[in-house]
Design a protein around this ligand. Structure first.
Ligand SMILES: Nc1ncnc2c1ncn2[C@@H]1O[C@H](COP(=O)(O)OP(=O)(O)O)[C@@H](O)[C@H]1O
Ligand SMILES: [Mg+2]
Length: 355
């Protein structure tokens, strides 16, 4: 840690995103870690809650959410202010914060929005910058860049600049998809999260419906060949030098990892994943190379598919503000790699000063 004085860490959480509540849970975990016996000697915390309408709340109000057990009840009290009536940063005191720790998952945060805003404060932040965050969030641009590096990815088609409100356009695209890709396909909004807006489609009429659903979330859409897979994840931390964690596997009983199964208590996380040493090494190497290529640093979780038949690895996606709840993969991966949650959070703060 640079200097002797305690550093004030500004946690930002909540936000106008479909991962609002996960963000509150992540912030609770990070807050607890920052005020642990060891860390409270080094850190003070300021909390900034953003409600679902994008309104910011001051430290005391935000702290009450972090300290409350029943998140739904407490945060419900803060949803009522219409954005138009107040300046969204009114009365928010940024001055005392030394280092930002944004925990806004998904849109309006993880996509680089919060990184851009915080840049104006000229303070370091835990995580990456605007560019890497935006690229990590955008499934089309991420894939296009990674294909130049020959990072293994599932076959895909990208749709953009087309008016999918027109049924003829959807119909023609459905035909093109069937001609170019093997069924089933996964149809995904380019920018979303938690599997929202994603469908698995087995024929033309399902593809048509899936395009309609994805279009409701994003005008940019990605279609992928659907494989029979195991799902493996790897944590990345670092700045000039990136380190990879152990590999974890998430296993679920549904056909694919959709919204409901993501938030079901029945999922199993297995760390380290039972895979060959060579596969594990390949995943770590690809995870680091991909983050480097997209200018992603600070922390990230890189998700992979391991195809059951071919035993081939494919990079699926990169999350630049991965879930940080007590049962999330990211802190569990690092725990298995020798950093408990308190040490991990302190390490991430140190990394943010390592520019
Ligand atoms: N090409 C594919 N083949 C098989 N399953 C897939 C494929 N693409 C997505 N899935 C399933 O859908 C889930 C969500 O897709 P993902 O691209 O990770 O979206 P999100 O960003 O919402 O997490 C994956 O975890 C996986 O279970
Ligand atoms: Mg995913």
């Amino acid at each position: 840690m640079v200097g002797k004085e305690k550093k004030c860490i500004g946690i930002i959480f909540g936000g106008d995103s479909n991962e609002h509540y996960v963000s509150i849970c992540s912030a609770k975990t990070v807050f607890k870690a920052l005020i642990s016996n060891e860390n409270k000697k080094k850190f003070l915390v300021k909390a900034f809650y953003i409600n679902k309408k994008g309104v910011w709340f001051d430290h005391n109000q935000s702290l009450s959410i972090l300290k409350e057990n029943n998140i739904n009840d407490t945060s419900a009290k803060y949803q009522m202010f219409p954005k138009e009536e107040i300046n969204f940063l009114n009365k928010i005191e940024f001055q005392n914060v030394d280092i930002w720790f944004p925990l806004l998952h998904g849109l309006n945060g993880e996509d680089g929005a919060i990184h851009g805003l915080l840049k104006f404060t000229q303070k370091p932040l835990v995580g990456g910058g605007i560019l890497g965050s935006a690229l990590g969030m955008d499934k089309i641009l991420m894939k296009k860049i990674l294909s130049h590096l020959e990072i293994p990815q599932v076959n895909y088609l990208a749709i953009q600049n087309q008016d999918l409100s027109d049924d003829n356009v959807k119909n023609n695209l459905s035909i093109e998809i069937i001609e170019k890709l093997n069924l089933p396909v996964f149809v995904k909004p380019a920018n979303s999260g938690s599997s929202l807006g994603i469908s698995k489609a087995n024929n033309k009429s399902e593809i048509f419906k899936a395009l309609k659903k994805a279009w409701e979330i994003d005008s940019r859409i990605i279609i992928e060949e659907g494989l029979d897979i195991r799902e493996l994840e790897c944590g990345i931390i670092g700045n000039l030098k990136l380190s990879a964690s152990e590999i974890g596997e998430v296993s679920y009983s549904t056909d694919w990892y959709d919204y409901d199964s993501k938030y079901s208590m029945e999922n199993q996380i297995i760390i380290p994943a039972e895979i060959d040493y060579q596969i594990s090494k390949q995943i770590k190497d690809i995870a680091i190379r991909s983050c480097r290529a997209l200018n992603i640093y600070g922390f990230a979780r890189v998700d992979f598919f391991l195809e059951n038949i071919s035993k081939k690895i494919f990079l699926n996606e990169i999350n630049t503000i991965p879930g940080f709840t007590s049962t999330s993969m990211f802190p569990m991966l690092w725990n298995a790699s020798g950093l408990n949650i308190d040490q991990l959070v302190a390490k991430l703060v140190d990394i943010s000063l390592d520019l």
